[in-house]
Write a protein that binds this ligand. Structure first.
Ligand code: 13P
Length: 272
């Protein structure tokens, strides 16, 4: 056997080991998509599927369909959440969804500060931090999204921007609670564009963010905060991205809409 063949066998073994042992978080963000029939059909396809017990599988549908998730996923290992919440208990907030409503339907997760909410609805870090706080008080895990746009990336000062999004998004959160937050790095230039950040870019950034979290919040907290990557993740690229250091999982838009592609991604992240 030549040296290249041996290297290939060793590399494959390392990849298999990572995929079969590392615990990933695999979260689908449906955004504003699907009809009731489409939701039912997706749930039928995934309901009895064996996702295994290693990874945490989450779907965040549009809120009007949460009742279907509650009905269909009661005995499933698939968890679900909301794409947004309003940081008040109740009241005159037309069009908003409260945390109690999310809890009523069994939501365990809530996305906070997605770049689409920031750019289309003017949401800022301070508003995100209010949501993070009230979610934690209610035992719902916030998935705090951060990410730079193309211009910021080109200008080169984007790392400071990301750090500010984290620090301000986690403002006034007790140290032990910081561990309960999931951070999702989603470069805006890679969202819905088909242009994924390369595994090297993802690794570089995730290692940077991990180091920052350890430096800022101490090792026992910083090393445990899950760091997801999001932006054009699909079955064809998820394996390479999963091998990037400090990547704890994925926040997936388009490729989570189709049950078979969502299942395929999960299969890959189980080493199947
Ligand atoms: P895409 O996977 O469609 O690029 O979306 C990513 C995203 O915004 C998930 O929150």
């Amino acid at each position: 056997m030549n040296k290249l063949d041996i290297e290939e066998i060793v590399r494959k073994e390392i990849v298999d080991t990572v995929l079969k042992t590392q615990e990933f978080i695999v979260a689908g963000n449906w955004k504003m998509n699907k009809t009731k029939q489409e939701v039912k059909s997706f749930l039928k396809d995934i309901k009895d599927y064996d996702f295994g017990s290693k990874n945490t599988v989450i779907v965040t549908p549009p809120s009007p369909y949460l009742y279907l998730f509650e009905e269909e996923l009661r005995y499933s290992s698939v968890l679900y959440g909301v794409q947004n919440v309003f940081p008040k208990e109740s009241g005159a907030y037309t069009g908003e969804v409260s945390i109690d409503m999310a809890k009523d339907f069994g939501c365990k997760y809530a996305i906070v500060g997605h770049s689409e909410r920031r750019s289309l609805f003017g949401e800022c870090n301070e508003f995100a931090s209010k949501k993070v706080r009230i979610l934690l008080q209610n035992n719902i895990t916030p998935i705090l999204c951060i990410g730079e746009n193309l211009e910021q990336r080109k200008q080169g000062d984007y790392k400071q921007f990301l750090v500010t999004q984290i620090v301000e998004g986690l403002a006034r959160i007790g140290e032990e609670d910081i561990k309960k937050v999931i951070i999702a790095y989603e470069p805006i230039w890679a969202i819905g564009t088909g242009e994924t950040a390369s595994p090297d870019q993802v690794e570089e950034l995730h290692v940077f963010l991990r180091s920052f979290l350890v430096e800022r919040y101490g090792e026992h907290i910083g090393k445990d905060v899950p760091l997801l990557y999001g932006g054009s993740v699909k079955p064809a690229n998820v394996k390479q991205l999963a091998l990037a250091q400090s990547v704890s999982g994925f926040l997936i838009g388009g490729a989570s809409l189709d049950a078979q592609s969502f299942i395929k991604i999960n299969d890959i992240l189980n080493g199947n």
